[in-house]
Structure formats: structure tokens, C-alpha cells
Design a binder for this molecule. Structure first.
Ligand code: ADE
Length: 216
């Protein structure tokens, strides 16, 4: 079972996502386990302060090291990997998803504000991950994107495990190809003839040509 621990200052963001759909079913089937933690749990002051002004000046606030240090210390066991979501990180892709799907325990830190104290990155984080070259307001959406991409690779999470294998081909990696279903003609828009031909070799060739290789 792959365990995800998510550290965030907005735990409620995850509520509906984790209670709905295949992610909920995967948890019920004990294929994955997702725990969401409020970073404020690891603060000591009355105001449960998680952020402060940056040394050297500048706009915005920075997540403090102490609550993050304590949270990681509390959650990290052997075999755990600590991931920080930041636009500065390595770009997430299908290949990274396969790597994460083989892990036992992933701890996700959802950054907020202008970032986290750099000492967290230097001493506590194994990998910085970005989901794309754009600035979000925090790492919560990236955490959901990564969980969904990784979870569907785990055998039993999707209804039909062979679905995954079908799209992985030796020479072209992971193919996302165009799909059609009934009716064969809608208004004047026709399904490509080759898909109706029953010629599996031709269909496979057509899919290779019309698909997009998203890596493997
Ligand atoms: N936090 C803010 N923007 C982000 C991004 N693009 N990827 C990961 N974490 C982020």
C-alpha cells in the first residue's frame, strides 16, 4: 500500500476530492492511504503561527522552518520520501509518476505564500516538484494532481488494470490516442474508417500515428 501524508495550512481543500470517485474507492480497498495534516498542529504559540516576514526584506511571507521540521520528524519513517511543491522544482511528468508509484510512503509539503524557509529545502526535503511553469497560490492543487496521476498506476485502482498496459508500447512510450464511440456518424462528422475496419494491425498503426507520446 502506498501511503501519502500531506502537510498543508488548508486541509479542507482536500475534503471533497478525497471523498469522491476512484480515489475514495482506492482508499476503501486499502490500495492507497491519504492522510491530510494541518501544519498548525505543530505550532506552539497561541496564534498557531506558521509564517513570518523574510529576512532581508521583500513582499509576502515565508513558511517557518520549525513547524515543518516537527511535522516531518513526526511523520517520516524509514522509506519515506519528502516532496516539496514549488514552481522551482523538477517538472512532474508521467515518468516521475511511475517512479512515485513504486514508492512506499510519500510526504507532500504544500508551500504557500512566497515560499518556505530555504533551510527546509536544504536539509529536510528529498525532492522539489513543479507541475508546470506557472505560479499557483500553493501546493495543494499540485498535490492532488500528483496523487491522481500516481494512484491510477497502482494495480486495482482503475476498474480494468489492462487499460494501462494497452497504452504502453515498446517503441513509443505512453500513447494517448484519439478515441471515438457510437454513433459512427453524428451530423456529418464521421469516425475514421480504419477504426471500423476490424483490422487490428492497421488500427494499432493508426493509433501510433495519431496518438501523443507522453513519455514512459
Ligand atoms: N506552487 C505554486 N505554483 C506551483 C507549481 N506550478 N507547481 C508546484 N507547486 C507550486
Amino acid at each position: 500500500m502506498l501511503k501519502f501524508d500531506i502537510i498543508t495550512i488548508f486541509p479542507n481543500i482536500f475534503d471533497s476530492y478525497l471523498k469522491e470517485s476512484l480515489i475514495a474507492r482506492a482508499q476503501k480497498k486499502c490500495l492507497i492511504k491519504i492522510n491530510v495534516h494541518n501544519l498548525r498542529k505543530w505550532t506552539r504559540d497561541r496564534h498557531k503561527t506558521v509564517d513570518d516576514r523574510p529576512f532581508g526584506g521583500g513582499l509576502g511571507m515565508v513558511l517557518k522552518i520549525e513547524p515543518l521540521f516537527k511535522s516531518i520528524k513526526a511523520l517520516k519513517k524509514k522509506n519515506a520520501k519528502v516532496i516539496l511543491f514549488t514552481p522551482r522544482g523538477k517538472k512532474f511528468d508521467q515518468k516521475m509518476a511511475y517512479k512515485f508509484a513504486r514508492a512506499k510512503h510519500l510526504i507532500f509539503i504544500c508551500g504557500r505564500y512566497e515560499g518556505v524557509d530555504e533551510r527546509v529545502v536544504q536539509h529536510l526535503v528529498d525532492e522539489e516538484v513543479s507541475i508546470g511553469d506557472y505560479d499557483l497560490m500553493g501546493g495543494e492543487l499540485p498535490a492532488m494532481v500528483v496523487i491522481e496521476t500516481v494512484a491510477r498506476l497502482i494495480p486495482g485502482v482503475l476498474g480494468k488494470p489492462q487499460l494501462l498496459k494497452e497504452r504502453i508500447t515498446k517503441d513509443k512510450g505512453f500513447i494517448e490516442y484519439e478515441q471515438y464511440t457510437r454513433p459512427e456518424v453524428f451530423k456529418k462528422w464521421r469516425v475514421p474508417d480504419v477504426l471500423l475496419s476490424g483490422d487490428h494491425k492497421k488500427i494499432e498503426e493508426w493509433r501510433q500515428k495519431h496518438g501523443k507520446d507522453i513519455g514512459n
